[in-house]
Design a protein around this ligand. Structure first.
Ligand code: NAP
Length: 246
């Protein structure tokens, strides 16, 4: 099998770590790109993935020039960038009436513009090599909206519009572009929810539990597979039945 090089942004986070491990288990060389400001978290991550073909690389996905330089460096060092998982994300919750322009802009920069920043650098090489897998991590909030999350829901819904458009632009080139929309998954992001909100949310999930990071990683690995070439422009909800659509 051709050795594939995968980049997972937000790669040392809750879902990112699970996605890195799933891709490595499938034989990919994985680069976990994340902010540089957490030496203890990076050390913990490196310990957790010790022995796997996974390494950390610092990157701010909101910085267009940094993303261009990063993609060039990966391609120079590894020969290609074949699988790109745009997973980095933040929340900056507030009702619209209380939301500062900075809360809106930073969230859009990190959760949506980041996908443009990285795809813009990576897509030419994928086209030249005739192979690429892009997976954008969206959210059920982008499908249903969520109280206090106009910024987050707009970015996540926007990510899917981005996914469908780029899928059309690259469909004849061996490249697929899809999104995965997690429901509520047990990570530091959801552990920050107040207990009452968590309990209320859990009660609404038909499967009866929050998801595990591995549930999302499985979906990403599926879409990134060599033989997943006929699935493009799709959104794969992984939400325990919380939101069903057709
Ligand atoms: P997480 O544990 O907070 O991981 C996100 C990672 O992205 C963190 O390591 C974070 O670093 C990093 N990051 C933030 N800003 C960045 C930047 N500018 N450049 C590079 N990396 C940056 O969150 P998660 O739960 O794993 O979420 C991963 C993705 O899934 C996000 O896109 C999120 O919106 C989506 N999602 C999660 C859930 C859920 O239930 N957990 C549900 C739906 C969708 P810092 O810690 O320094 O911010």
């Amino acid at each position: 099998m051709t050795q594939r090089i995968a980049v997972v942004t937000g790669g040392i986070g809750g879902l990112g770590t699970a996605i890195c491990k799933a891709l490595a288990a499938d034989g990919r060389t994985v680069i976990a790109a994340d902010l540089d400001g957490h030496p203890e978290r990076v050390a913990r991550f490196e310990h957790e993935v010790d022995g796997l073909d996974i390494r950390f690389a610092p990157l701010d996905v909101a910085d267009f020039n940094a993303c261009a330089t990063f993609v060039e460096a990966i391609q120079r060092e590894h020969g290609s960038l074949d699988i790109l998982v745009n997973n980095a994300g933040i929340t900056r919750d507030a009702t619209l009436r209380k939301m500062a322009p900075e809360q809106w802009q930073l969230l859009l920069d990190v959760n949506l513009t980041s996908a443009f920043n990285l795809c813009r650098g990576a897509i030419d090489g994928m086209i030249e090599r005739g192979f690429g897998r892009v997976v954008n991590i969206s959210s059920v909030s982008g499908q249903t909206g969520n109280f206090g999350q106009t910024n987050y829901a707009a970015a996540k819904a926007g990510l899917h519009g981005f996914t469908m458009s780029l899928a059309r632009e690259t469909a004849t080139k061996g490249i697929t572009v899809n999104s995965v929309s997690p429901g509520y998954i047990e990570t530091p992001m959801t552990r920050a929810m107040p207990d009452a909100v968590r309990e209320r949310t859990q009660a609404q999930i038909p499967v009866g539990r929050l998801g595990q990071p591995g549930d999302i990683a499985r979906a990403v690995a599926f879409l990134a597979a060599e033989d997943a070439g006929y699935i493009t422009g799709a959104n794969l909800p992984v939400n325990g039945g919380l939101f069903m659509d057709y």
